[in-house]
Write a protein that binds this ligand. Structure first.
Ligand code: T3D
Length: 262
């Protein structure tokens, strides 16, 4: 892994991945996407119970590195489909299929595929300094890296259409009001709020969180009968975890539940 493009730390069950190209607002290029993919899988291998995705400097992520795209054009047409399939899609699948809850910590601007990565996460906390822009149509492209799936689910079809067709940046406060982020914190409190939220998630019933995400992802496109089948299977699995058994005992013994993530 190229440590300079993506930093990885794990502490107390919380793995933090920091995109690290601050000079270009952490714009995404092929090596960074490869390292990001590897870091997500490292967090899984190390049994992290919460994964935080954030950015170095004043940006979260400005999306695809446009200088790279222009260089590709200078060398012949870039294959945007291959770029998506080979580099972006594995990262989106890695986030959405992660074995722990994933928190996007939007320290600053999130644009294009940078916003797509944030939307693929389970929860989003933004600094008041953050701005969000879909950006894609601003350069004549369509939303990618999963945004056409995540965005309408989070904010509804009407808001999604407006944010895609009028891609001017919105403030963190506007994003909060439409449910695009879950919490906004002043810049000087941002790190502490991220740490607190990550610790809360890491202390939760990890398997139940992940099974819940899978169920809710299936729900939008599944008929009720299929969803009922899936929930029965998921509840069977959740019911076999130590976390579930221990939480029942804790309730009946009138003490707080603690979860070990198994
Ligand atoms: O296969 C495929 O489908 C391709 C995948 C495409 C996915 C995508 O993500 S498409 C969308 C790509 N992203 C954008 O179009 C956003 C471009 N950036 C911006 O619009 C603005 O930079 C921001 C709104 C994000 C932030 O504006 P601001 O004023 O805060 O910062 P800035 O001055 O524009 O940017 C600071 C530096 O970062 C600047 O470099 P400089 O002048 O200091 O040397 C700027 O050029 C650089 N930068 C920002 N975004 C990118 C970038 N460099 C390369 N690629 C970028 N995306």
């Amino acid at each position: 892994m190229t440590e300079t493009l993506v930093r990885y730390e794990i502490d107390g069950g919380v793995a933090t991945i920091t995109l690290n190209r601050p000079g270009v607002l952490n714009a995404l290029n092929r090596p960074l996407l490869t390292d990001l993919h590897d870091a997500i899988h490292r967090a899984q291998d190390e049994h992290a119970r919460c994964l935080v995705l954030t950015g170095e400097g004043r940006g979260f992520c400005a999306g695809q590195d446009l200088a790279d795209i222009r260089a590709d054009y200078d060398n012949g047409a870039p294959d945007l489909e291959a770029l998506l399939r080979e580099y972006y899609h594995p990262v989106v699948r890695g986030i959405r299929g992660a074995t722990m809850p994933v928190l996007a910590a939007l320290n600053g601007v999130a644009a294009g595929a940078g916003l797509s990565l944030a939307l693929a996460c389970d929860l989003r906390i933004a600094s008041e300094a953050a701005r969000l822009t879909t950006a894609f149509t601003g350069i004549g492209l369509v939303p990618d890296a999963g945004m056409a799936w995540t965005l309408p689910r989070l904010v509804g079809a009407a808001n999604a259409t407006r944010l895609v067709m009028r891609p001017g940046p919105i403030s963190a406060a506007e994003a909060l009001s439409m449910g695009l982020v879950d919490e906004v914190a002043p810049p000087d409190e941002f790190s502490a709020r991220v740490a607190a939220l990550a610790a809360e998630l890491a202390a939760g019933p990890t398997r139940a969180f992940v099974l819940s995400r899978q169920l809710m992802d299936e729900a939008a496109t599944s008929p009720l009968d299929r969803l009922l089948d899936l929930e029965a299977g998921a509840q069977l699995e959740a019911g076999q975890t130590e976390d579930h058994r221990n939480a029942i005992a804790a309730f009946l013994e009138k003490r707080p539940a603690t979860f070990e993530g198994r």
